[in-house]
Design a protein around this ligand. Structure first.
Ligand code: FES
Length: 144
């Protein structure tokens, strides 16, 4: 069996939603403590719906593929639905990642959550801070 699924290769070689949004409503940036890679996610929100999302990453192929898939999965969804997106769901949608690369998928989930938190902060929307643990790293998250 090939190391990477066709979907991973597709999203790696032809990533969706790459770039930035100048007038974004929320921006989240996280770094991966395991490898030093960085990801930034921009979201545009209208009436609680994520109408647009873009990402920039200095990361490996698996990070690019998971970010591409994750951004596709949250586009058009509510903020709450986007918040619920787990890296495991993204990995499943990609038909899996090699175990050694699972930690890369955490970057996408965490940067989306960071962008949502930024959106809440900018708009003075109350939220439970416990929903947003200091996840600027993947150590201790149990994944990867
Ligand atoms: Fe850094 Fe994959 S090796 S995110």
């Amino acid at each position: 069996m090939a190391l990477y699924s066709q979907k991973v290769m597709d999203h790696f070689t032809n990533p969706r939603n790459v770039g930035s949004i100048e007038d974004a409503d929320g921006v989240g940036e996280v770094g991966n403590a395991k490898c030093g890679d960085i990801m930034k996610v921009y979201i545009k929100v209208r009436a609680g719906i994520i109408t647009d999302v873009k990402f920039e990453t200095f990361g490996c192929g698996s990070a690019i593929a998971t970010s591409s898939m994750a951004t596709e999965m949250i586009k058009g969804k509510t903020i709450d639905q986007a918040f619920e997106l787990s890296n495991k769901a993204v990995v499943e949608a990609l038909d899996g990642l090699p175990p050694a690369k699972l930690h890369c998928s955490v970057l996408a989930e965490e940067s989306i959550k960071a962008a949502i938190k930024d959106y809440y902060d900018r708009n003075n929307i109350p939220y439970d801070p416990k929903k947003f643990p200091d996840c600027a790293h993947c150590e201790g998250c149990g994944v990867g």
